[in-house]
Design a protein around this ligand. Structure first.
Ligand SMILES: *Cc1c(COP(=O)(O)O)cnc(C)c1O
Length: 228
C-alpha cells in the first residue's frame, strides 16, 4: 500500500500485477485462468484513474454506490462499448430502478423487499442483471446479508415468490477474522443450493478466495491505490 492513489502508469502496472497473481492462484488451484473474473472496484476514483485501466484491457468494473456510479459511469460506458458494471454495495429498494438500468450484475440481494423491487424493474426494463445473494457469514449484526442458516429458504423465496434467477453468492468476511473459513462456508452453501458463481476475495485475500472457488474477485486498492 503506497498511501496514495495510483498514477495512470501505476494503475496499469498494478492491474497487470493483480492479473498475474490471479493467474498464479488459478494455476495453484488447478483451475483455468478464465474461470475467475476480475472486478476492478473503482469506487471513489474518477475517470482519470479508470481510463488507464480500460486502456490496459480491463472490462469489468465494480461500484458500491448507485448515486456515485450514476454520476460517473454513463459517459465512460458510452465511450467504451463492451464494459460491464457490477454493483457490489448495499442497494435500497427505492434505487432498484436506477440499479437495474445501470448495472450488469448486482451482488447485494439480501432481503424480500429488495427482491420484489428488483423483480418489478427487471420485468419493466427487460434487463437481466446477474444476481448474487449476499451472505453474512460472520453473522455480524451491523452487516447486510442473509444468515447462512436462512440461505436455502431465502433462495427459494427469490425463485418462487419473486421469479428471480439467482446465479451465485457473495460474501464479505469480518475484518478481524481469517477470511478462508468464510469463503469455504460460502462455497459450501452455494454448492448445496446448486449455485455456480462465487463473488468473494478483495485486495488482500483474493488468492485465498480463488483457492476456495471464487469465480468473481472484487479488487480495488490493489489496482487503484489507497482511497480517501
Ligand atoms: C471496496 C470494496 C471492495 C474492494 O476492496 P479493496 O480492499 O479495495 O480491494 C470489495 N468488495 C466490496 C463489497 C467493497 O465495498
Amino acid at each position: 500500500m503506497t498511501g496514495a492513489a495510483n498514477s495512470p502508469l501505476e494503475v496499469a502496472a498494478a492491474l497487470a500485477a493483480v492479473k498475474h497473481e490471479i493467474a498464479r492462484a488459478c494455476r495453484d488451484a488447478g483451475r483455468a485462468p478464465d474461470s475467475v473474473t476480475l472486478i476492478a472496484v473503482s469506487k471513489t476514483f474518477g475517470a482519470d484513474a479508470i481510463e488507464p485501466a480500460i486502456a490496459a484491457g480491463q472490462r469489468v468494473f465494480g461500484e458500491n454506490r448507485v448515486q456515485e456510479a450514476k454520476a460517473k459511469w454513463p459517459p465512460l460506458l458510452a465511450k467504451h462499448p463492451g464494459l460491464e458494471l457490477h454493483l457490489i454495495g448495499p442497494l435500497q429498494s427505492n434505487k432498484a430502478k436506477e440499479a437495474v438500468a445501470l448495472f450488469d450484475a448486482i451482488h447485494s440481494v439480501d432481503r424480500p423487499s429488495l427482491c420484489a423491487a428488483l423483480s418489478k424493474e427487471i420485468a419493466a426494463q427487460n434487463r437481466r442483471p446477474l444476481l448474487f445473494v449476499e451472505i453474512n457469514t460472520g453473522a455480524e449484526p451491523q452487516k447486510a446479508g442473509v444468515l447462512p442458516q436462512d440461505t436455502g429458504d431465502f433462495l427459494k423465496r427469490c425463485r418462487e415468490t419473486h421469479g428471480l434467477e439467482i446465479s451465485g453468492l457473495m460474501c464479505i468476511p469480518p475484518l478481524e477474522e481469517a477470511p478462508g473459513p468464510h469463503f469455504a462456508l460460502t462455497a459450501k452453501i452455494a454448492a448445496r443450493n446448486g449455485l455456480k458463481l462465487l463473488s468473494m476475495g478483495m485486495s488482500t485475500d483474493f488468492a485465498t478466495a480463488i483457492a476456495l472457488g471464487a469465480t468473481h474477485v472484487r479488487v480495488g486498492s490493489a489496482i487503484f491505490g489507497e482511497r480517501h
